[in-house]
Design a protein around this ligand. Sequence first.
Ligand code: G3P
Ligand code: MG
Length: 251
Amino acid sequence: MPKLTRPQIWAHRGFSHSYPENTMASFHAALSLGVDGLELDVHLSRDGHLVVIHDERLDRTTTGTGLVVDHTLAELKQLDAGSKFAARFAGERIPTLDEVLVLVSQSSRPITLNIEIKSGILPYPNLECLAYEAVSRYGLLQRVIFSSFNHFAMRNLKQTYHGSRIGLLYTAGLVDPWRYAQFLEAEALHPLFYSVDKSIIDDAHRAGVAVHAYTIDDVDDMVRLAADGIDAIITNRPDVMLQARNNHESL
Ligand code: G3P
Ligand code: MG
């Protein structure tokens, strides 16, 4: 039986169910599983470096306290980003975006990298363009889609770099979201998965807009979304989702 390649399976913050989120250990583990893509979150350090972490604050996932943006990269690199998840991951660090770009550029498979611009709460000026320029330096623009809940950031990126690929993150149900995607010239919608159904996905596809949904950790939800034609699912459980896709008689 041929293996299914759809929907694409993207690892949310890496293989974050089993590894500390947004760490190199988590990204390596996801790639080892054979995922089609990685999702990660970026913030800015005090001295202007792009760093991979989900929260604005350090407290939940690292041994640090306070805001990411109040620390230099050297200070952030002192922190442990693994031991709060499990003692055996002590020594994991907050990665820079560059470290992940090196990993992606060395991957033997052409995986997609979904870079989420975390400027929804703190206003990091031009974070999206700095991320684009980093990706460009590695020659990876064709492999990357930028996303954000801050659609002003996505519009700014698209207007500054017309060739950038952007996805619009949202949570609640929107009426005709593909119209909005077309208005912002977005390549994709990135909805919370409850917010899409087959008619929205079909209409988005007719409009030339892809649909990448988050965060799907239950096989039944993936099966429903696969039947509806979703292009990619973003999951904390890439192990379970890949296995389900491989046993695709159930899909
Ligand atoms: O990109 C999908 C998902 O990561 C958005 O929410 O809060 O997990 O970054 P969050
Ligand atoms: Mg994210």
